[in-house]
Design a protein around this ligand. Structure first.
Ligand code: ASN
Ligand code: ZN
Ligand code: CA
Length: 335
């Protein structure tokens, strides 16, 4: 018979975790029937097709160590864990049942290509794909990357923010905000606690530094800390800095702060002091704006209006939350 089972993932980045798997006769596979039937496949270095469903004679997947083998199941364990936590985050925090809110799971593919240093969501296959990183040693399967990619699916199926210009920056920031920060804090994993950094686990720069910093996006050398008329001309992963910085300020406020052992220092472009309203409220405001007010052509000015409308709906127009949304946008030069 075929039935739900509780398996074990020995992940690279998140330690030993519980995974919902499927038992089929005498073998087990990474199908999560409790989360829309999400499946995890192994591409074994191919770059097309689905690959093979990750299955095993025992209900333990992976070894917890990076492997250069194309049959390694550790990357699959991390990807399945990321999909599981992302599903639970949207379901339990926003009442959203899957990427399309229709209860249907997506699927993941690991071991894409050779030394591929990226991961991506593709709305046409309704799937996400993870490379193994340079030298196949640092797969792109960390929790924040998984949440970031799946959130591209949520954006594509809600606001549909165009992936260029200012709307493209807002699309990227939505993935960092909800998928990076929201999912990582929600999972509350001891090996990968929540932070306002993106890609701090995957050693993408070779020196242990993260891909992006939300308290001060320019720390990556390329991202914008605040809005200017040229921001829409930047790569979307750099114009996202304006919204990432807004979100950090709205959550935690300006100046120096330590959260989960990580130290931040967030400046404002207008010299103002911002007092944060807390991450959970900031996330609710962003999700409501994304799903209610943002459209394919929303730019930064419209994002300010949309998040103010969301804050009004959730907390009232004269509320501290509403006023802090205005102050945080002003602090990144969006008026
Ligand atoms: N990993 C990248 C991202 O999600 C892939 C891309 O450039 N779209 O942004
Ligand atoms: Zn992205
Ligand atoms: Ca992170």
């Amino acid at each position: 018979g075929i039935e739900n089972a509780t398996g074990t993932g020995k992940t690279l980045y998140s330690g030993t975790v519980s995974l919902t798997t499927t038992q089929s006769g005498s073998s087990y596979n990474l199908t999560d029937a409790s989360r829309g039937g999400h499946k995890t496949y192994n591409l074994a270095r191919k770059t097309s097709g689905k690959g093979t469903l990750v299955s095993n004679s025992t209900n333990t997947f992976g070894t917890g160590t990076a492997s250069t083998s194309s049959s390694d199941q550790t990357a699959a364990a991390d990807a399945a864990y990321g999909a599981q936590e992302t599903w639970d985050y949207y379901k339990n925090v926003f009442g959203r049942s899957g990427i399309k809110n229709d209860g249907v799971g997506a699927y993941s593919r690991v071991h894409y290509g050779s030394s591929y240093v990226n991961a991506f969501w593709d709305d046409s296959c309704f799937c996400m794909t993870y490379g193994d990183g340079s030298g196949n040693a640092d797969p792109l399967t960390s929790l924040d990357v998984a949440g970031h990619e799946m959130t591209h699916g949520v954006t594509a199926n809600t606001a549909g923010l165009d992936y260029s210009g200012e709307s493209g920056g807002l699309n990227e920031a939505t993935s960092d905000i909800l998928g990076g920060v929201g999912v990582e804090f929600y999972a509350n994993n001891a090996k990968d606690p929540g932070d306002y950094l993106i890609g701090e686990k995957i050693n993408i720069n070779g020196d242990g530094t993260p891909l992006r910093y939300m308290d001060q996006p320019s720390k990556d050398g390329s991202s914008a800390d605040s809005w200017s008329s040229s921001v829409g001309g930047l790569d979307v992963h750099y114009s996202s800095g304006v919204a990432n910085h807004f979100f950090y300020l709205l959550s935690e406020g300006s100046g120096a702060k330590t959260v989960n052992g990580v130290s931040y220092n967030s400046p404002t472009s207008n010299g103002s002091k911002v007092t944060g309203i807390g991450r959970d409220k900031a996330l609710q405001i962003w999700y409501k704006a994304l799903t209610t007010y943002f459209t394919s052509t929303t730019d930064y000015k419209a994002a300010r209006a949309g998040t103010l409308n969301a804050a009004k709906d959730l907390y009232g127009s004269g509320s501290t939350e509403y006023n802090t949304v205005a102050a945080a946008w002003s602090a990144v030069n969006v008026s």
